[in-house]
Design a binder for this molecule. Sequence first.
Ligand SMILES: Cc1cc2nc3c(=O)[nH]c(=O)nc-3n(C[C@H](O)[C@H](O)[C@H](O)COP(=O)(O)OP(=O)(O)OC[C@H]3O[C@@H](n4cnc5c(N)ncnc54)[C@H](O)[C@@H]3O)c2cc1C
Length: 498
Amino acid sequence: MKTDRKEKVVIIGGGISGLSAGIYALLAGFDAEICEKNAIPGGECIGWNRKGYHIDNCIHWLTGTKKGTELYEVWNKVGALSDDIKLAPVDTFYTSTYNGQSITLWADLERTRKEMIALSPEDEAEINKFIEYTEYSKQCVFPAGKPMEMWGIKDYINMGKNMPDFPKVMKEFGKISLEDYAKRFKSPLLQKMICDYLPKEYTAYSFLVSYASIADGNGGIPMGASLRMSIRMADRFKELGGVIRYNCGASEIILEKKHATGVRLEDGTVVPADYIIPTVDTNLLFGKLLPKTYMPKELKAAYNEPSKYPATSGFQIAYAVSEDFDIGETVFIEIEPLTVGKRTFSRMYVKAYGYDPVFVKDGKQVIQTCISQTDEDFDFWKGLSPEEYKKVKEELIEQIRSRIVAAFPRLSSDMLFLDCWTPLTYERYCNAYHGSYMSFVTTPEGKQIRLKGKLKGIDNLYLAGQWTNSPGGLPVAVASGKFSVQRLLKSLHRDINI
Ligand SMILES: Cc1cc2nc3c(=O)[nH]c(=O)nc-3n(C[C@H](O)[C@H](O)[C@H](O)COP(=O)(O)OP(=O)(O)OC[C@H]3O[C@@H](n4cnc5c(N)ncnc54)[C@H](O)[C@@H]3O)c2cc1C
């Protein structure tokens, strides 16, 4: 007997990709229910309060803040961005300092060019190339209209038209690591600057594209902090009629032959589903929620070769300092060697959050730093006993404080410790593989992971989440949610324009 019951999509994970999948499923006319293991939405895109201060966990830049791009349209549709949401008044990517000198990557490329040449005239040719290729990289705009396997010849022609110079960037910077690229500069400060922001194993083009999105006004920071953006998306989902179950970790996707019939939660409850969209880390999906045999071969290869497919995380600390500590936004400093996990660092950054009142209280603003951590460092943290873990953190809090004070002596009596967290925090909170908050790093040796969203042997499951497309990040997450619903619609021979 035919009923009027709408078909139901069950989404596992209420991060950016899960919220996006839920919103697009509702817009496509399905019922949608999200099962999220934590008490709040957002996954990695959150923040929390300590001693009355708000600590931000995520957005350093959000690709897709430029109106008119496909990605802006997606962010707008899911409630993350709108005319009402102001962007932070930040006009730099970051500043690097070394030996008493400093250089800033301004949103204004010409200003950066001039200041770089003034700093190091002998690097003029390489600087001009850097600026020229960053300008070209503005053409690399995230395609968020539909999944690439649905592209037709016209889409490819349009892409070619819109990105005439970008192939030059890939040719020149697509197969060289940042570490090797830095060697092209003679100035030690410029060498440091190139490797300061992204892990040095990253391909150089990723850095140019990141800087280009800031320079193009397409990588802003929404005021109000990361958690607020996730809450706006959760609100949009609920307004459209979606249901979010919090504190409801999934433990299994129930399969009957080639069909997924529902999701079993940690407490044994079964949530029946017509379609399932898992958005959690693929490491958890294949092995815990589904048998490992379903893992696509390109993912298997990536997990088996961490040197080609590294995952990165961070050791992070937040302090409150005087509001008038004005260093621009993010400044990298040279430090006395600092060992965190298995590696020793001579650079770190200080990011000041005073640009947004949400991070300011009683005349003090939040500052944060992050020491990048690798797969190997994750093993270090994992191998510690609870007592050792606490002790290492306490030692690092003091060591990092002393390095910040060495760089900024005026902070010596002005630093209130708020919180520190490690790769294990991300593993515990989000089930993140090796504590990684992006997907696999794109290295010159590894291939980009780009999953098509369907699994051999299961006919009603559609993958989403940042791990479906390396190197992950917020744009991948939000687009993957939309793409998963478009793939579902396509399989039903329905219009994919949502
Ligand atoms: C410090 C930091 C800085 C960052 N900076 C930026 C930036 O500037 N720009 C940028 O683009 N990106 C940035 N990112 C990355 C960005 O946050 C992520 O790429 C994005 O949030 C990933 O979204 P997701 O939904 O794919 O995954 P997740 O956020 O991991 O969401 C998965 C969700 O699934 C839930 N879950 C896990 N297991 C289960 C289970 N068994 N059952 C139910 N639910 C489960 C998790 O709790 C989580 O809510 C940053 C991340 C961090 C941590």
